[in-house]
Design a protein around this ligand. Structure first.
Ligand code: PMP
Length: 429
């Protein structure tokens, strides 16, 4: 194959490569990344005068330690020399077993069993299958529906799409074809007793048909970047227990420290029956996610007519990903990650405060290492992205939102630059 120039690559990209939510042929402008190190993406060609961009998105919540980290590189290299992948049916290996044991150790107490998959969406599919199969196995086959709150996002495969926000969201196209689930309104930011009552009553009213409640705890991500009181998790836990409904927490975005607690459920000291993690699990290096469940769920499934969990992806338990995930967890927990997330939270509060006086800004909100500026109009993505790139920062605005969830290793100067870029995007978007 001939060497491709950056222009050739971009041309091929436009003609052949689908990007997330992208048209074909691809008419969107793409920046060609040559390498990434620390918090910076290095571009093959300058864009708006910049060759390097601080990644204000941490690769969609995942690159918490930054790129090209020596510890994670070493974990990947070391494992690569031993075994990059082997089927998981009938075979097992140290990296996956050690990772599963570590996840059991650091997640809320009752979670004991781990299914390792290859993406967040699949981990949610697995969570839903666990819940539905549990109820079939214990003789309550009518309990097959899910309840969630509006404004959520759980992935782009079929079951996860059915519990994403059904209105104005990314999956409106599929309404009518997706399984029909139950929705209550999005949780208010502050604790609201009337809303909590509605949650309790809806769960109780539909207990006979409900397999599980599934929600994103404390932060709703791609459905709107909204935060809510952890108190609602306690309400859900009590209501689910009272009605015999399983509670699934989707910690794919919120897990591994992003909200200031290791898992968002920890803010409320709540344990779910089933929990999904992904994204930052491998520090953003490799595609891996996990679904954890309690012994009660596992034993229920095992007592059924089909006593196995009928799911088995080819790349299940990938040893490379598992080794890097272990190294990433050790790296995170071996440092004062809470201090770092607090430092970022303070920096975002300081730096994004200035956005409040920008015309067209409706709200500025910060939680942990997440900063959000919401406009009173749909953002002009091209203009807003260009404004951020001119400041030397990579952001990915959507709908009426300009937001950042930087790597935890972002230093104060770079954080200030990110905040300036968010403000510039809000001004020009
Ligand atoms: N759940 C949540 C809360 C997410 O934020 C995402 C990804 N944005 C997913 C599920 C789906 O994960 P993936 O993109 O890895 O399939």
């Amino acid at each position: 194959m001939p060497e491709h120039s950056p222009a050739d690559l971009l041309d091929l990209d436009r003609r052949h490569v689908w990007h997330p939510y992208g048209p074909m042929p691809n008419r969107q402008e793409q920046l060609l990344v040559e390498s990434a190190s620390g918090v910076r993406l290095r571009l093959a060609e300058p864009a708006h005068g910049q060759r390097e961009l601080i990644d204000g998105m941490a690769s969609w919540w995942s690159a918490v330690h930054g790129y090209n980290h020596p510890v994670l590189n070493e974990a990947a290299h070391g494992q690569l020399d031993r075994m990059s992948h082997v089927m998981f049916g009938g075979l097992t290996h140290g990296p996956a077993v050690r990772l599963a044991a570590r996840l059991v150790e650091i997640t809320p107490g009752p979670l004991q069993h781990v299914f390792l998959s290859d993406s967040g969406s699949v981990s949610v599919e697995v969570a839903v299958k666990m819940c539905l199969q549990y109820w079939r196995s214990v003789g309550k086959p009518a309990k097959q529906r899910l309840l969630t709150w509006r404004g959520g996002y759980h992935g782009d495969t079929w079951q996860p799409m059915s519990v994403c926000d059904p209105e104005g969201g990314m999956h409106e196209l599929w309404q009518g074809a997706l399984p029909r689930q139950l929705f209550v309104g999005a949780p208010p930011t502050e604790f609201d007793e009337a809303y909590a009552r509605e949650l309790r009553e809806t769960i109780a009213r539909h207990a006979d048909e409900l397999a599980a409640v599934i929600v994103e705890p404390v932060v709703q991500g791609a459905g709107g970047m909204r935060f809510h009181s952890p108190e609602y998790l306690r309400v859900l836990r009590e209501a689910c227990d009272a009605s015999g409904v399983l509670l699934v927490l989707d910690e794919i975005a919120s897990g591994f420290g992003r909200t200031g607690a290791l898992f968002a459920a920890d803010h409320a000291a709540v344990s779910p029956d089933v929990m999904c993690v992904g994204k930052a699990l491998t520090g953003g290096y490799l595609s891996m996610a996990a679904t954890l469940c309690t012994s009660e769920v596992a034993e229920g499934i095992s007592s059924g007519e089909v006593p196995v969990l009928a799911h088995g992806p080819t790349f299940m338990g990938n040893p490379l990903a598992a080794s890097v995930a272990l190294a990433s967890i050790d790296l995170l927990l071996g440092q004062d990650w809470q201090g770092e997330v607090k430092r970022i939270e303070a920096g975002l509060r300081d730096g994004l405060g200035a956005a409040r006086s920008i015309e067209g800004v409706r709200e500025v909100r910060v939680l942990g290492a997440i900063g959000v500026v919401q406009l009173d109009h749909p953002v002009d993505m091209t203009a807003a992205t260009a404004a951020a790139v001119r400041e030397g920062v990579w952001l990915r605005p959507f709908r009426d939102l300009i937001y950042t969830m930087p790597p935890y290793v972002t230093d104060d100067d770079d954080l200030a630059t990110i905040c300036r870029a968010v403000c510039a995007a809000a001004r020009e978007g």
